[in-house]
Design a protein around this ligand. Structure first.
Ligand code: UT7
Length: 327
């Protein structure tokens, strides 16, 4: 069966850098606590007046340039985000217009942090069904919009940024996406959610408070669920392909917390030198973490032709997934 393959990537983030001291000056936290508990040292945050598409459009253009194709050649744009410029049109349609991708169907997938991995799954299935398709998969957030700046439990964790990848049918039977898996558990949705702004708590209600539109998280429970779900997703794609952990060249896990990443590496019994980490510079960019890390890994020479690369993610929903790629 046809395999899909990533032929170009790009990433970007707003220029404004906020280090941990910025937060320590404004709330009851410290650089030491944030580094020890999360590994995060700084993150990027959009300026007031800056929009999601202002930094996501350059990421898409870089991916197209890297792939050597024109926007007009795209058949589909799939975007993982919850923080696009507008609720409607979707982030996909906004990017389609800005890119001039007039032949592409464009839409968003709402899977929180897992949006890019869910998007890769969608692209892979469409390309298998129609190998002539060229698909741009995007993941990125302006998550600073969803932060409660008075809550130290969440404010220090997140950052803005993201990336994109161009997928086409592989010209080889060996190279490309080998296996994918996705999972969800809506029963535990309340552990990581934005309670307001939807039909359950509409803005029009009398008791509406803006804080309802910020991220609410039970950090400890999410930590445990993230480890368990990413481990089983990784094991599933490895088993599906008869691949062992020794064969893996690089794991690119969701960048939410260095302790989760190290815990996952331990459970998979993979040394940290085969695990990509950039959480210290970006924090958790939600759907942006995987494409940002993938692009940095490629540009940093961490991935070569023939390498087996394992992507895995976990996020609100709850949602999770993994993708195994032979580069
Ligand atoms: O992308 C979606 C997936 N998200 C994640 O994967 C995040 C998963 N969760 C985590 O990364 C961690 O649970 C956190 C980083 C959110 C929290 O780390 P923790 O080691 O689980 O800390 P905790 O929630 O158990 O809190 C320990 C203490 C508490 O104080 P008490 O109750 O022990 O007195 C918190 O109030 O740390 C306190 N605390 C802070 N202290 C200083 C919480 N946030 C802060 C802070 N600065 N920013």
């Amino acid at each position: 069966m046809t395999k899909s393959r990533i032929i170009g990537t790009g990433s970007n983030a707003p220029e404004r850098v906020l280090d941990n001291h910025y937060f320590a000056e404004r709330m009851d936290t410290s650089d030491e606590w944030i580094v020890q508990r999360t590994g995060i040292r700084e993150r990027r945050m959009a300026e007031v007046g800056q929009k999601w598409s202002d930094f996501m459009l350059p990421a898409c253009n870089k991916a197209l340039e890297d792939a050597g194709i024109e926007a007009s050649e795209l058949d589909m744009i799939v975007v993982g985000t919850q923080t696009a410029d507008t609720m409607m049109p979707s982030g996909g349609c906004t990017l389609q217009s800005l890119l001039g991708a007039k032949n592409a169907a464009a839409f968003d997938v709402t899977a929180a942090c897992s949006g890019f991995i869910y998007g890769l799954n969608v692209a892979d299935r469409f390309i298998k069904a129609d190998p002539s398709m060229k698909v741009l998969v995007v993941g990125g957030e302006q998550i600073s919009q969803r932060i409660d700046w008075d809550n130290r439990n969440t404010a220090v964790l997140f950052g803005d940024g993201g990336g994109a990848a161009v997928l086409v049918a592989s010209d080889s039977e060996e190279r490309g996406i080998l296996a994918t898996t996705m999972g969800s558990n809506g029963d535990l949705g309340h552990l990581l959610h934005v309670p307001g702004g939807g039909s359950a708590k509409p803005r029009r209600s009398d008791d509406y408070d803006q804080v309802l539109e910020t991220i609410h998280m039970d950090g400890r429970s999410i930590f445990k669920n993230a480890l368990k779900a990413m481990e089983s997703a990784c094991v599933k794609v490895l088993c599906d392909c008869g691949v062992t952990k020794e064969d893996i060249s690089l794991v690119i896990p969701h960048q939410a917390n260095l302790r989760i990443i190290e815990g996952l590496a331990g459970r998979l019994d993979i040394d940290m030198d085969r695990v990509f980490v950039n959480v210290e510079r970006y924090g958790n960019t939600s759907a942006g973490t995987i494409p940002l890390a993938l692009d940095e890994a490629l540009r940093g020479g961490r991935i070569s032709e023939g390498d087996l690369v394992l992507l895995t993610v976990f996020g609100g929903g709850l949602t999770w997934g993994a993708v195994l790629i032979k580069w």
